[in-house]
Design a protein around this ligand. Structure first.
Ligand SMILES: [Zn+2]
Ligand SMILES: [Zn+2]
Length: 141
């Protein structure tokens, strides 16, 4: 995979991931919080180690959600100028960040590996049953 880097819609917020870092997983999330945050039917999250992720820009805002679905707090960073969601930091999974895949400069390498919160998915969205599809969150590993 090429270097992972990206930006918000207006370009004020940029990020990069250290060269040679492969995503730990790429998760499609159908939860209602992601639906509200993205304005779309689901979010696509490229998960990388937090230590390899570098966020830049002076318009980074943060909003913490604790939903009925996720139970534990999720820190959501976004651009306060244009509103693009950039990453989610899950307190339940320390040490990782979940990059919102649509903000990547090059999305050609994005390949989902699991789908979660399928019980909340829109009825017209088809899951890819070749992946792990979970009614709720990822099973504890
Ligand atoms: Zn922006
Ligand atoms: Zn979600």
């Amino acid at each position: 995979m090429s270097t992972l880097e990206g930006h918000c819609l207006c370009g004020n917020v940029t990020y990069s991931v250290d060269d040679g870092t492969e995503p730990l997983m790429t998760v499609v999330c159908h939860c209602t919080v992601c639906q509200h945050q993205t304005g779309g039917p689901f979010s696509v999250n490229v998960v990388v180690p937090e230590t390899a992720f570098h966020l830049n820009g002076d318009t980074v805002g943060e909003y913490v959600t604790t939903s009925e679905e996720t139970q534990t707090p999720v820190q959501r960073k976004f651009c306060t100028t244009c509103g693009s969601p950039i990453v989610a930091i899950l307190h339940a999974m320390p040490g990782i960040v979940a990059i919102k895949a649509g903000t990547l400069s090059d999305t050609s390498g994005v390949q989902p590996t699991a789908e979660i919160w399928a019980r909340s998915k829109q009825p017209w969205v088809e899951t890819n049953d070749d992946l792990g599809v979970f009614a709720t969150g990822l099973p504890a590993s």
